[in-house]
Design a binder for this molecule. Structure first.
Ligand SMILES: Nc1nc2c(ncn2[C@@H]2O[C@H](COP(=O)(O)OP(=O)(O)O)[C@@H](O)[C@H]2O)c(=O)[nH]1
Ligand SMILES: [Mg+2]
Ligand SMILES: [Zn+2]
Length: 305
């Protein structure tokens, strides 16, 4: 039988058969994935073949179909071993907020670069707009005016008040959607606003917890009543920029990609070279300074291979 993995915690996975029935399954034997060292051979979103043992409720996964894409994070910051968060994703939404806990633009850019590297279309959802004061509304305007021209859709919602939930439902329909974002931005609340039946636990974050303890909960896939899935990814602080080289970073910024062919040097890093089309675009305001600074910051990471 064929199915999709909706949850995977160590040795057990929940597999949704194509008719919607779910089975608890174990992996049969050892699976190795070419090229990457991972702590988990199977992830949420994997399409699998499985057998159910006669008279038993549990099954054995016998095959993992090739993934169209996947997103990973490193087990630890310096580790070469990675953890597959989810696979076969149609589109990713980064849930952010300018209220508490505020998402930094650096984090947004790293997420978008990661999604670009994995060829997953990504967009931004600004949550908690019900509590934006005038200052935050201005900031919200300013930030969306950076991301929209860069090629990303920006949605503004209030999971609590219900603002613009219908728009979100429309864009996620019939797709496998990854929902990512810092703990506390309202991912679970948003999923509940989309599907009130789910009643997923949301949590209040006290200032004591705001620092962010490392949560080890697993990604989970929710089936939408109107077609499609949401993968909720709790507790992800960082995404692994593992699969590409430093030289490729500029290409992962769509607005830099647009201009870089005009640079004088083929191997231009867009940092100090003369006749750099990216820097000219920056000076003209065609590329935002905050995005360019994120580019420099990623280049300066000390964990490039
Ligand atoms: N004011 C306001 N609070 C929200 C909104 N969405 C979520 N919250 C609150 O933010 C906190 C964290 O929400 P939760 O959904 O658990 O965040 P998650 O960690 O991203 O899943 C909870 O106390 C929610 O009630 C919103 O749209 N407006
Ligand atoms: Mg949550
Ligand atoms: Zn250049």
């Amino acid at each position: 039988m064929e199915g999709i993995v909706t949850k995977s915690t160590g040795s057990w996975s929940t597999v949704r058969r194509n008719d919607g029935k779910k089975f608890n399954c174990k992996l049969k034997g050892q699976f190795r994935i070419k090229g990457i060292k991972t702590t988990n051979p199977i992830s949420v979103g994997d399409m699998v073949d499985f057998d159910i043992l006669p008279f038993e409720e549990t099954g054995l996964i016998t095959k993992i179909f090739p993934r169209s894409n996947y997103i990973i994070r490193k087990a630890t910051k310096l580790s070469k071993i990675s953890h597959i968060i989810a696979s076969n994703i149609d589109q990713a939404y980064l849930i952010v907020t300018l209220a508490e806990p505020r998402t930094s633009m650096g984090f947004i850019d790293r997420f978008l670069v990661t999604a670009e590297a994995y060829h997953i279309p990504a967009n931004l959802i600004f949550n908690k707009i019900d509590i934006y004061n005038d200052e935050l509304k201005k900031l919200h305007n300013k930030i969306t005016n950076i991301y929209k021209p860069a090629g990303y859709k920006c949605f503004s919602v209030s999971a609590l008040r219900g603002d613009n939930i219908e728009i979100i439902k429309k864009v996620i329909k019939e797709k496998v959607n990854l929902f990512a974002g810092h703990s506390g931005v309202g991912k679970s609340a948003l999923i509940n606003a989309i599907e009130p039946e789910f009643k997923i636990k949301t949590k209040y974050i006290s200032s004591y917890h705001k620092k962010g303890k490392h949560t080890t909960t697993f990604a989970e896939m929710y089936e939408l009543s109107f077609g499609g899935f949401i993968i909720d990814t709790p507790g992800i602080k960082e995404f692994g920029l593992l699969d590409f080289k430093k030289e490729e970073v500029a290409e992962r910024f769509p607005e830099m990609r647009k201009y870089m062919h005009g640079c004088r040097f083929n191997n231009c890093t867009h940092v100090h070279e003369p006749s750099c089309a990216v820097k000219i675009a920056l000076e003209k305001g065609l590329i935002s300074l905050s995005r360019y600074n994120s580019y420099l910051s990623i280049l300066n990471d000390d964990n490039w291979n």
